[in-house]
Design a protein around this ligand. Structure first.
Ligand code: AMP
Length: 376
């Protein structure tokens, strides 16, 4: 089967790594060279709105999917008129805009942080008066990995904040003093059948994910599954959907959705019977969904900026995934997965990996057995 993917980064690469053994072929449309997915298929180097390239992808592929939500919705609609595309452009449009997304959450009875749309300096002042400090101003579209966000702690931070985000439409959100950050990853196929992975407990620094821990048997699992089920069915979603959550006490607040495989689910490659990547491919190609069961606990440590040397000899048992991307500050260039049935071993190995990638503070807190770990 021929699978077209919009995007040629690490998520496209890991989708293809999962699909090649299933006999699937891949074509990636992306403007970026080099593309780290390219070794696993054909790379069409073109803009996402290049109709000639989209046409070629549509002709070649049996089904098209995408690796990130910043692809233009009109391109997905162009493809939908010519070839099967999952997830749909309507699901994509919800996830592309933070105001639209949070409004949809509200309609579905899913709690969020307090928020207000901001499209001028005056509306920011009004929103701050209502929401108070601390708050976080984010661009409505295009932001990822903490980009396009400004934290407002006092009145001095307000002047110039909107200008700092290029005066584009924004959202002001109350800063949630969460106990934990969690994500739930689910897969739905066209028949409506769904499977869920165990929750991931996530640790960010500067808006970038550093560590995810699988949490089988977590007390919040059922509540998270109930929330994402509402979204999956409402959007008639096909593929992997991720819902990022803040836990405050025993409440869950939705932060955002990603209509795609997600960084917090990379541990499923080694840690689950069927990875999120393989299950996404099963869903979009109309195959039965695979077992999301696990036989041990997992941790995933992101490698950001530079690839540390000899990690596997330092931490035996660590599974290294290098994305073959050039080293650059703040860029995700790989990850490490650790899997163990013994919590103490897993914690110790994960802490060693965290130290190796420069996350010493998080490593120390983890070694001290302090999870959930509050990270500033
Ligand atoms: P986002 O791009 O919305 O996923 O934000 C990246 C990270 O910033 C989140 O995973 C949180 O760690 C933090 N963050 C974003 N929004 C909020 C919020 N309203 N309250 C507290 N932390 C937040």
């Amino acid at each position: 089967m021929n699978i077209g993917i919009l995007g040629g980064g690490q998520l496209a690469r890991m989708l293809a790594q999962a699909g090649r053994p299933l006999g699937q072929n891949f074509m990636f449309l992306s403007p970026d060279i080099p593309s780290c997915a390219a070794p696993y298929g054909e790379h069409l180097q073109a803009r996402y709105d290049d109709e000639t390239a989209l046409q070629r992808l549509a002709q070649w592929a049996d089904v098209v999917t995408y690796e990130f939500e910043n692809v233009p919705a009109p391109s997905i609609q162009f493809l939908e008129a010519r070839v099967r595309v999952h997830p749909s452009s309507s699901a994509l449009e919800v996830s592309k805009n933070r105001v639209r997304e949070k409004t949809e959450f509200q309609h579905l009875g899913i709690a969020t942080a307090e928020f207000a749309a901001v499209d001028s300096a005056a509306s920011l002042t009004e929103a701050v008066a209502r929401i108070g400090f601390p708050a976080i101003l984010k661009t409505q579209t295009e932001g990822y990995d903490g980009k396009g966000q400004v934290v407002l702690r006092s009145a001095e931070d307000v002047a110039g904040a909107w200008q700092a985000l290029d005066t584009v439409p924004c959202i002001l959100e109350a800063m949630v003093s969460f106990d934990r950050e969690l994500s739930i990853i689910a897969v739905r196929c066209a028949t409506g059948a769904k499977v869920f992975y165990p929750l991931s407990e996530n640790y960010h620094r500067n808006g970038i994910l550093r560590l995810s821990l699988s949490r089988p048997g977590d007390p919040m699992q059922a509540a998270a599954e109930a929330l994402i089920t509402r979204l999956l069915d409402h959007l008639d979603f096909v593929g992997v959907l991720t819902l990022e959550l803040f836990q405050v006490g025993d409440r869950l607040l939705a932060n955002e959705i990603a209509p795609r495989v997600h960084n917090s689910g990379h541990w499923t490659i080694e840690g689950a019977a069927t990875s999120q990547f393989e299950n996404h491919l099963h869903a979009v190609t109309g195959q039965p969904l695979g077992d999301t069961g696990i036989s041990a606990d997992s941790a995933m440590v992101n490698i950001i900026g530079t690839l540390p040397n000899h990690i596997q000899s330092q931490v035996p048992g660590a599974h290294l995934h290098s994305y073959d991307k050039a080293e650059r500050q703040g860029r995700k260039i790989g990850h490490l997965t650790l899997v163990s049935n013994d919590p103490a071993t897993l914690r110790e190995q994960t802490a060693r990996c965290l130290r190796w990638v420069g996350e010493s503070d998080l490593a120390s807190r983890l070694s001290d057995g302090k999870t959930p770990v509050r990270v500033s």
